[in-house]
Design a protein around this ligand. Structure first.
Ligand SMILES: Cc1ncc(COP(=O)(O)O)c(C=O)c1O
Length: 362
């Protein structure tokens, strides 16, 4: 009997498992597993969502015009070069569909964001991972893994889950080494958190080169992960291609109005950034003081290495934390089974997590 068969590559996909939100037997777990904003959404965004609730029977603005204008005004960009999506995840998938397919290679760094591999497989392309150096993307290794079949290079900057980043100069060097028909996608989901003066999110590179795209999200600093809204900045030929293949109403009305309101609430953004500025270094220091190896991070989370074997493994630490109501993110899917990733939470959440790990290490 003939059986249904998906396209080649699809059955190689290990379905993406998001950060756990609940622990059995714990009424209100502390979720530090998905790099969300601990301060929550702007009250203005909440109000904007409420205000459009009675309009739920109307289709959204398919062009996301107001949102694109608001993003353009905020980041000093031409709104015509912005495309909005249902999270940057959707934009990654749209780019993949547009520029890669069977027989093509999609290149990224070994511990890069998981969606690059999964969405490359989803379009039948071949994912290629270049080794990293000290858990940081290695420009030379990436360039060495280019082949005549490479169509796209994905770089999360800063990267999830490692927290490491490439400087603007290194990014330039990566781009300079790419053929003009290879698209460089700079995924700057955590750009708003970065406090380094040698960092650039990628806007200037997009302005100069047709084969560069920068993606951004409202899921992190802006605290709107549930609404699924992201955006990208690219030159007109890429924008044109994406408008041809995206869903006509790919960003919902609540997502659009909340994102506009969140952009306007600069004070809330500043609070979120100041909170991270205070608690990211605190977390790193407190965990290092316990004898744990905590990798440097430019984002809103830390990657922690545990012993590969014995009593103090990452999986033992994860189970220990969960029994105390704290959810961290196991990293086996990223090829880092000895690591856990912990997002910056509220003050008491951070203190609870560190206290639990202190007992674990004792
Ligand atoms: C590097 C990176 N890119 C993209 C995303 C996807 O974000 P969203 O689809 O919520 O915009 C994430 C989410 O964790 C991420 O870490």
């Amino acid at each position: 009997m003939a059986r249904l068969r998906p396209r080649p590559g699809i059955l190689e996909i290990e379905p993406y498992v998001g950060g756990k939100a609940e622990v059995a037997g714990i009424a209100r777990a502390i979720k530090l597993s998905a790099n969300e904003s601990p301060l929550g959404p702007s009250p203005k965004a909440i109000e904007a969502i409420r205000a459009v609730a009675p309009e739920a029977h109307r289709y959204p603005d398919g062009g996301a015009d107001r949102l694109r204008r608001a993003i353009g005004a905020r980041f000093d960009l031409d709104p015509a070069r912005i495309v909005c999506g249902a999270g940057s995840d959707e934009l990654i998938q749209l780019l993949m569909r547009a520029y890669a397919g069977p027989g093509d290679e999609v290149l990224y760094s070994a511990h890069g964001f998981l969606m690059y591999r999964l969405s490359a497989l989803g379009v039948g392309a071949t994912p290629v991972a270049a080794p990293e150096r000290a858990l940081t993307a290695d420009v030379d290794a990436l360039l060495a893994h280019l082949s005549s079949r490479t169509r796209m290079v994905f770089l999360a900057n800063p990267n999830n889950p490692t927290g490491s980043y490439l400087t603007a100069d290194e990014l330039e060097r990566l781009h300079a080494g790419l053929p003009e028909d290879v698209l460089l996608v700079i995924d700057a989901a955590y750009a708003e958190y970065v406090r380094r003066n040698d960092y650039a999110a990628g806007i200037e590179l997009v302005d100069r080169a047709e084969n560069v795209v920068m993606t951004r999200t409202f899921s992190k600093l802006f605290g709107l992960a549930a609404l699924r809204v992201g955006w990208l900045y690219a030159q007109p030929p890429v924008v044109d291609v994406l408008h041809r293949i995206r869903g006509p109403f790919n960003v919902s009305t609540p997502a659009q109005v909340a994102a506009v309101a969140a952009l306007e609430d600069v004070e809330h953004q500043e609070r979120a950034r100041a909170h991270n500025d205070q608690w990211l270094p605190w977390l790193r220091q407190a965990l290092s003081d316990l004898g744990l190896e905590v990798h440097p991070s430019a984002a809103n989370f830390v990657l922690i290495s545990f012993e590969p074997e014995g009593e103090r493994t990452a999986s033992a630490a994860s189970a220990w934390l969960e029994r105390r109501g704290v959810i961290a993110r196991p990293m086996a899917a990223y090829g880092l089974p000895h690591c856990l990733r912990l997002s910056v939470g509220l003050e008491d959440e951070n203190r609870t997590a560190v206290a639990a790990l202190e007992e674990f290490m004792a």
